[in-house]
Write a protein that binds this ligand. Structure first.
Ligand code: UDP
Length: 462
């Protein structure tokens, strides 16, 4: 290891876009504090990467499915089990290789979707930190399922429940979907297993910030050595302290940067609804139609990310009709966009989204009010927090068929963007942006936590 580095940290993300990017941005902050970073990624994920970051060293391990990763496995459970077996071996080989090359690892920062990493760390006598990519409220709910405190299914429909640590009561429609439906008891097992080795780790890092979730962080901190280190957004959008931090992240889709920015540059300030359902969500064709009509009826301009696999579900001739529209209510559909650049753009007035945690944290960090349409996983909980705790958005309600209708979409967009009732939402969004910037800046809560983490790592590793 170069003498300028104090400690070598091996970062092990679960191979999913949101997981990797938040750990990558965190790694850059560590690297700026003279921590040597190596990120271990699966061969299957690496194969699909269009571009790799140049500033951080990346090494390959195997999940046992080197050709197709998760998609190659028969079931999700099969994937996780094989990843544990092959992953443990190949991670151990990597740690040995790094030691042999004179660059020994001191600490493993692992994604708790892969709890077996703690055993590997212990075998090599390394210190370890779990890195939770979800927010603390969601972690708290899974923790209570892990402890058997939340009975499954947790409540009768719409009955309010109070979970220790949470700052608001929640209904079953706010709980992560894996907890309440049959979508996957096995996926719930994965979520709950995140806590299985936590008594052996030195730190629990959470991609959130103290001011956003004070109550639940204080509560969870009595159980685990928690440090909030977020938001893990490129420094150039927040504190601007990391120089040359231009690399966006690891992306499996190619953003249509010029198309998006050229189009946005021609729209008035705060006039555009930005619409994105992230990298995974699949909407019903009926929902796509309602969304398309709702956007048109809102009479606002919109930029809508529709991944190529989702495009056939758009109403017939929708894109052609858009091209013929002039005046108000113009729209652009793209397959992928540079989201942070878009959210930062002055023409954006509102973000309509499924509320994946990364996107939500990005909207908070860039102060964009939201209309939420959660689909699955932790998205309903995030949407609840956006609406009732952070008060920076509204939730577009589904009907009994599970579809959000065009009138509801239109009404929510208008409320957030123009109505008096939405003023507090727009003001709160600005307030959160300021706080998000302050927490990672010198002296802010996440900044202090990162400094403390680094200094303890250095002391222990001596
Ligand atoms: N994203 C992007 N361009 C897009 C849509 C999404 O760069 O056109 C990024 C977004 O900035 C976020 C990630 O994709 O960092 C989505 O992660 P999230 O956890 O919010 O949702 P998921 O894709 O896991 O459902």
């Amino acid at each position: 290891m170069s003498t300028s580095h104090k400690v070598h940290c091996l970062i092990l993300p679960y191979p999913g876009q949101g997981h990797i990017n938040s750990m990558l941005q965190f790694s850059k902050r560590l690297q700026s504090k003279r921590i040597k970073i190596t990120i271990a990624l699966t061969k299957s994920f690496l194969k699909n990467m269009k571009e790799l970051p140049t500033s951080i060293s990346i090494e390959a391990i195997s999940d046992g499915y080197d050709d197709g990763g998760f998609h190659q496995a028969r079931t999700f459970v099969a994937y996780i089990m094989r990843f544990k077996e092959v992953g443990s071996d190949t991670l151990s080989q990597l740690i040995q290789k790094l030691a042999d090359s004179g660059c020994p690892v001191n600490c493993i920062v692992y994604d708790p979707f892969l709890p077996w990493a703690v055993e590997v760390a212990k075998n090599f006598g390394l210190i370890s930190a779990a890195f939770f990519t979800q927010n603390c409220a969601v972690d708290n709910i899974y923790y209570h399922v892990h402890k058997g405190v939340i009975k499954l299914p947790p409540t009768k429909n719409n009955e309010e429940m109070l979970i220790s640590g949470l700052s608001c009561t929640i209904e079953s429609s706010d709980v992560p979907t894996f907890v309440i439906n049959s979508e996957g008891p096995r996926i719930l097992e994965l979520m709950v297993n995140q806590f299985s080795n936590l008594d052996k780790v030195d730190w629990v890092l959470i991609n959130s910030f103290y001011e956003l979730e004070k109550e639940v962080i204080d509560w969870m901190s009595k159980i685990y050595p928690i440090k909030t280190i977020g938001p893990t957004i490129l420094s150039m959008y927040l504190d601007k302290r990391l120089h040359d931090d231009k690399e966006y992240g690891l992306c499996i889709f190619k953003p249509m940067t010029n198309e998006c920015l050229n189009w946005l540059n021609h729209q008035p300030i705060s006039s555009v609804v930005y619409v994105s359902f992230g990298s995974l969500a699949k909407l019903e064709a009926e929902q796509m139609e309602e969304l398309a009509r709702g956007l048109r009826n809102s009479n606002k301009n919109f930029l809508w990310v529709v991944r190529s696999t989702e495009e056939p579900k758009l109403p017939k001739n929708f894109i052609e009709e858009l091209k013929l529209t002039s005046g108000n209510n113009k729209g652009l559909v793209v397959s992928w966009c540079p989201q942070l650049q878009v959210l930062e753009h002055e023409s954006i007035g509102c973000f309509l989204t499924h509320c994946g945690w990364n996107l939500t944290l990005e909207a908070i960090s860039l102060g964009v009010p939201m209309v939420t349409m959660p689909q699955r996983s932790d998205q309903p909980t995030n949407a609840k927090l956006v609406k009732d705790v952070w008060e920076m958005g509204v939730r577009a309600k589904q009907d009994e068929k599970g579809i959000v209708r065009r009138e509801v979409i239109e009404e929510c967009i208008k409320l957030v963007m123009e109505e008096e009732k939405g003023k507090i939402i727009r003001e709160n969004a600005k307030k959160w942006k300021e706080l998000a910037t302050n927490v990672v800046d010198e002296g802010g809560s996440s900044h202090k936590n990162i400094e403390e983490f680094v200094s303890k790592m250095v002391t222990i590793s001596k």
